[in-house]
Structures are given as structure tokens and as C-alpha cells.
Design a protein around this ligand. Structure first.
Ligand code: 4AZ
Length: 251
């Protein structure tokens, strides 16, 4: 059920149908979030692969969603769809077929650099109470260390634990880049780290949003386990890839 890659002791994963779980032995840590309603996270999407939960994603316009490249790698558009406007991972809301995947050409599976994909959808999203786009940041936005950001998704509540059916969210603090680099060793300018004691995103949250002050500043990418001390979650740095998003989608 869990699909994932081991990257020199880092673990990333998307949920899908293939496979078994191999991961370093870690303490099961609660991610420390709270249940959330789609009305408060109306940009949140479920990314489905052959109708099964794969990852999170976010609405950025009527026609486009954004997610992690490791969630779309190896897929064709016809097997992907998104569910919008539901608090629940497996029911309600509306389903939108992916018609085109724009996966970043620089996506590097080994270190997860450029972990970003844009998805064109059909039918387009109809905006309403539980369906709204999230604003993209200006490329010059300075995302400050120590500020709070809100991550959401249907990933596991504990390391290697159960998947919730109800949307969850967690507030985490933007981490110092050097410190994060020191922990992981392979943090690029296209990544941003965030975490707080006992709070983190976890398996299945991949591709989902990290929002600060109403702007999408991160996309859930990877981490060493979940809420492990000294290992914040790693997110795709949206400001760094802002020009590419504009070029691909016009947004
Ligand atoms: C995952 O496997 C995953 N703690 C997502 C986020 C983090 C770790 C793993 C960050 O989807």
C-alpha cells in the first residue's frame, strides 16, 4: 500500500498500490496536528492514482493543481485525478481528471531536487465554499525563519501508522536553512524546511500544501521519519521555482 523510496537513509513516499514498507526503525511519533475542515483549507486536494489515494495537491487556479514531482513520476495523466471540496479522503467533493502533467525536468529522484509538478485538470474547478485556489508567492517573498506555516493532508498520524479519513493540519515553524542542511546534507535552494517539536507532516502528506500568510510557500516533499528531533520536514521551496510555474502555466 505504501510506495516509497529510500534515499540514503531518507524516506519519502507517496501512497499507492505498489508495495511493501521498508524503512529505518524509528519511534512512532504522533504528528501532532488536529482535524481540519475543507472550508478552512479549500485549496486542499486528494491526488488519486487509478482511483487510489496517492498524495496531496493544491488548487492554484480553475484549471491547475500543484503537487510534488515524486507523486507524478512515472505516471501518465490518464491514471491521475484529484478530489476537490471534501474533508474526507475517500468520498464527497468532485473528481477532476488530470489531462496534462507538467513535471519539472530537473526533478532528481535521488535528492528530490525540483520536486514539483503542475497538473492541468478537466473539468475545471468550480470555486465555492470548500473549493478555492491558494495564492502563489512572489518569487522575491522572503520566507522568514521561525514563522509559522500551516501544512495539511491525509497522511499518517504516526510514523508508519494509520491513514486518517478526515483531513488533518499542523502548524510548523520555518527552520534555518543551514541547520536543515546540516541534518540532511543534501538540501538545495529549491527546498525549505519546517518543523516544530512533535509536529510534522508524514507519509501520504507528500504533494500537499505548506501555507504561510495565505501563500503557498512549500509542497510536502520528504523527511527522515516524522517529527524526529533534529529532522524537520522538507518542502519544495515554491518561491525558488516561481518562474518555472509561470512559464508552464502562465500563473
Ligand atoms: C512521505 O513519505 C513523507 N516528515 C512526507 C513528509 C515527511 C516524511 C515523509 C516529513 O510522504
Amino acid at each position: 500500500m505504501l510506495r516509497f523510496m529510500i534515499l540514503s537513509s531518507l524516506v519519502v513516499c507517496a501512497l499507492g498500490r505498489s508495495t511493501k514498507i521498508i524503512r529505518p526503525r524509528l519511534n512512532g511519533k504522533i504528528v501532532g496536528g488536529d482535524p481540519a475542515n475543507i472550508h478552512d483549507y479549500p485549496y486542499q486536494l486528494v491526488l488519486l492514482r487509478e482511483d487510489l489515494f496517492e498524495c496531496g495537491a493544491s488548487i492554484i487556479s480553475r484549471n491547475y493543481a500543484i503537487t510534488a514531482a515524486h507523486c507524478t513520476d512515472g505516471a501518465t495523466a490518464d491514471v491521475l485525478s484529484v478530489r476537490a471540496g471534501s474533508t474526507y479522503v475517500d468520498r464527497e467533493g468532485t473528481i477532476h481528471q488530470v489531462t496534462k502533467i507538467h513535471q519539472h525536468p530537473g526533478f532528481n529522484m535521488n535528492i528530490l531536487d525540483d520536486d514539483i509538478s503542475l497538473l492541468k485538470v478537466n473539468p475545471p474547478f468550480t470555486f465555492g465554499k470548500g473549493v478555492q485556489p491558494i495564492s502563489l508567492p512572489d518569487k522575491n517573498l522572503n520566507v522568514k525563519v521561525g514563522t509559522n506555516a500551516d501544512a495539511s493532508g491525509w497522511g499518517t498520524l504516526t510514523e508508519g501508522g494509520e491513514l486518517p479519513e478526515h483531513l488533518q493540519h499542523v502548524v510548523v515553524q520555518i527552520t534555518d536553512q543551514e541547520e536543515c542542511s546540516g541534518a540532511y546534507g543534501s538540501i538545495t535552494a529549491n527546498m525549505i524546511c519546517a518543523g516544530s517539536k512533535g509536529k510534522d507532516t508524514c507519509q501520504g502528506d507528500s504533494g500537499g500544501p505548506l501555507v504561510e500568510d495565505g501563500k503557498l510557500v512549500g509542497i510536502v516533499s520528504f523527511g527522515y521519519g516524522c517529527a524526529e528531533p533534529g529532522y524537520p520536514g522538507v518542502y519544495t521551496r515554491v518561491t525558488a521555482l516561481r518562474d518555472w510555474i509561470k512559464k508552464e502555466s502562465g500563473l
